[in-house]
Design a protein around this ligand. Structure first.
Ligand code: TRP
Length: 361
């Protein structure tokens, strides 16, 4: 089996917080040498919501700094900014012509976002088409993402199938043949052929159907314990935040509500601090924490102090690397320019072939 290619994208939201670090980036770091990897800061996606140009420029750069400081190694993978590779938007346009409008309107993220805004721009609707283009431009077959992106990836597969059915040599005939043998493979929503299943497909389409590689860490809740950690909710801990500020946030953070008094025993599984221990503390400590919580051996503050120490051992080196990277801006420019050039050489080839198959070249 040929080694798989992975692609993933992250919004240029500025510096990472521990939610997106644990939920996505730490996983990328673990995968980057296992697969041929493309990691992209998706600034064209970011402009589908209102923004300030100077702010976007800064957030894009801060994200690049955070990623490298977290261990994304530009010599092991391809790290780049989406808008530096114009083929992304070129393929997105092509995909717009094979994407059913109904599928876009059905996306939950579109429904959420469009419900919250007064005027809606077409970019919000077409957001997942650009995402499909991101992935398929590199013919990536695996996409490390969290649960919230699964629906977007389903649509990416649908787009790949539709394009392949129309333009990939031999694919449509094979799909039809496959269909007659497996008539149950019809999409319940559309009543359209769902296309050949991966195991039945002997004829490879020009574009592979990308599958999610779900992040092992469950989603990280904010320190209010109410919702997913997210910048817009203001419940984050920054990856490069000053340790004093981190402790100021950690100290009052919500724990198991059953532990009202110091002597009340708790249930670690319902406590957000315990979840953070699982992400940052060594396994022996995690076990010890669970026992101390259940027996009220420790108070929550003691438990948080231990967590804080373990967070510090992981985050202090990242902070140090951030300072180093910031001290050499021209080097960062070179890294991103090299990444874009590496990405472009793959992207150009895909677009050139696709255009020939479509009668555009
Ligand atoms: N939509 C993704 C998010 O908000 C970001 C993204 C853009 C992405 N293009 C992608 C993720 C391609 C995976 C693959 O998190």
């Amino acid at each position: 089996m040929p080694s798989s290619r992975i692609f993933s994208g992250i919004q240029p939201s500025g510096e990472l917080h521990i939610g997106n670090y644990l939920g996505a980036v730490k996983n990328w770091v673990a995968l980057q040498r296992q697969y041929e990897s493309f990691f992209c800061i998706v600034d064209y996606h970011a402009i589908t919501v209102p923004y300030e140009p100077e702010d976007l420029r800064r957030r894009t750069r801060d994200m690049a700094v955070s990623l490298i400081a977290s261990g994304i190694d530009p010599s092991a993978c391809t790290l780049f900014v989406q808008s530096a590779v114009p083929e992304h938007t070129e393929l997105a346009w092509i995909f717009n012509t094979v994407t059913p409008l109904g599928e876009l309107e059905r996306q939950t993220q579109f429904k959420d976002k469009s419900g919250r805004q007064e005027s809606i721009f077409a970019g919000i609707l077409n957001y997942p088409v650009l995402q499909a283009a991101d992935i398929l431009l590199y013919k990536a077959d695996l996409v490390p993402v969290g649960e919230d992106q699964v629906q977007h990836l389903e649509l990416s597969r649908e787009i790949a199938r539709r394009w392949n059915t129309r333009f990939s040599p031999g694919y449509a005939a094979h799909a039809a043949d496959d269909e007659s043998k497996r008539s149950e493979a019809t999409s319940p929503e559309t009543g359209m052929p769902a296309g050949p299943s991966a195991d039945a497909a002997e004829v490879q389409g020009f574009f592979p159907e990308p599958k999610p590689l779900l992040t092992p860490t469950r989603r990280i809740m904010g320190l209010d314990g109410k919702a997913k950690m997210s910048k817009s909710l203001g419940n984050t801990v920054g990856l490069v935040e000053d340790p004093k500020d981190v402790w100021e946030k950690l100290r009052p953070a919500v724990t198991d509500p059953a532990r009202v008094r110091r002597t009340d025993p708790g249930t670690p599984e319902v406590c957000n601090i315990y979840q953070l221990h699982k992400a940052f503390s060594p396994p022996e400590t995690v076990d010890h924490v669970a026992v101390q919580c259940r027996t009220a051996g420790w108070g929550c503050i003691e438990c948080k102090k231990v967590l804080f120490e373990n967070m510090e051992s992981e985050l202090a080196p990242i902070r140090a690397r951030v300072s180093d990277i910031r001290a050499d801006e021209p080097k960062l420019d070179r890294i991103l320019a090299d990444g874009a050039e590496k990405a472009r050489s793959v992207a150009r080839a895909t677009i050139a072939e696709a255009k020939v198959l479509m009668g555009l070249a």
